[in-house]
Ligand binder design. Structure first.
Ligand SMILES: [Fe+2]
Length: 316
């Protein structure tokens, strides 16, 4: 590979890597929240606008099949119950997030901790709140279908504070999530909740583990597969390609990520809350050069990908 081509590969890798420390939170991402301090939240956009009308910014990567953003919520704040025509995943990074799903003034609620996920199914009215004592930081990934704005089911400006805060539940009509609950919504929500501690790890021959969050063995996918990678020190994966995009969000640790073209590699190390997006057809790899394990969240732009034959990392 010529030096110029290698420079192009380096520029591509750098362009597709977004670091948390260089991004900014936007406190005005959702115009429908203006004038309602209880709905206050901040958004950091990595891939696409994720439900905010602020699409097409220069520091935000263009989405292909899904968006990826972070949302921050102070204790005591909530998001009004709404629905949309696309699936939406919440992955908790910090704090305890309460999510409610509503049907005919009954609400099913679940509490999620760090590394837990809920896949909000299409058309199901859902809201969330931070009922804890520490901030909630979560990643939100929205399937890119028709980018219609959310439809509010119980916004405080229409139904008042009390009904909006309960996500539309009438008094006494809140149920816990349960795989064996009497209400069908309790069981339906349970299918869409993924808890890190209850999800088995499958070890690859490359030496890293995979927990399937969304996809076969996890929550039912409709637009994207999602997995958690557990990467011990000294392990990595050889470059592989997919026929759709793959995004990695660092949850814990510091990981070397790289791209390969015509036998030439370029790489860099990234840390917690950093994101790299590898477009379809781009050979990409990771390697843990550090002392501590790495936890990496992977989103893949198709519900049923053909898995690559994950081989252990070897130098070029
Ligand atoms: Fe939503």
């Amino acid at each position: 590979m010529s030096e110029a081509k290698s420079d192009t590969l380096r520029a591509g890798l750098d362009f597709h890597t977004k670091q948390y420390v260089n991004k900014r939170f936007d406190w005005n991402a959702f115009p429908s929240n203006a004038g309602f301090p209880d709905l206050e939240r901040a958004q950091m956009r990595f891939i696409g606008s994720g439900g905010s009308p602020k699409a097409g910014e220069s520091d935000t990567l263009a989405p292909d099949h899904f968006t990826l953003s972070l949302v921050y919520k102070h204790p005591g704040k909530y998001a009004a119950c709404h629905a949309h025509e696309i699936e939406e995943a919440f992955l908790v990074l910090q704090g305890v997030l309460t999510v409610g799903w509503e049907e005919k003034n009954h609400v099913v609620e679940v509490n999620l901790g760090p590394k837990d996920l809920i896949l909000n199914a299409r058309e199901i009215p859902h809201g969330f709140r931070n009922a804890g004592v520490e901030p909630v930081l979560m990643s939100i990934m929205v399937g890119v279908g028709k980018p219609l704005p959310p439809r509010y089911a119980y916004h405080p400006k229409e139904v008042g504070d009390e009904l909006a805060q309960s996500f539309g539940a009438l008094p006494g009509q809140v149920l816990p999530v349960s795989a064996k609950g009497d209400h069908p919504l309790q069981r339906f929500m349970a299918l869409h909740v993924v808890r890190y501690d209850e999800t088995p790890t499958h070890w690859t021959k490359a030496g890293f583990g995979r927990k399937i969050y969304v996809g076969e063995g996890g929550a039912p996918p409709s637009t994207a597969r999602k997995e958690m990678f557990l990467i011990p020190p000294g392990t990595g994966v050889a470059p592989y390609t997919r026929d759709c995009e793959e995004a990695w969000l660092v949850i814990e640790g510091h990981i070397t990520v790289g791209w390969e073209e015509d036998g030439k590699r370029v790489e860099r190390q990234i840390g917690p809350r950093d994101v790299i997006l590898s477009p379809a057809g781009r050979a990409h790899y990771f390697r843990n050069d550090e002392l501590a394990p790495v936890t990496l969240f992977s989103a893949i732009g198709t519900p049923h990908p053909v898995d690559p034959d994950f081989q252990p990392y070897t130098p070029a």
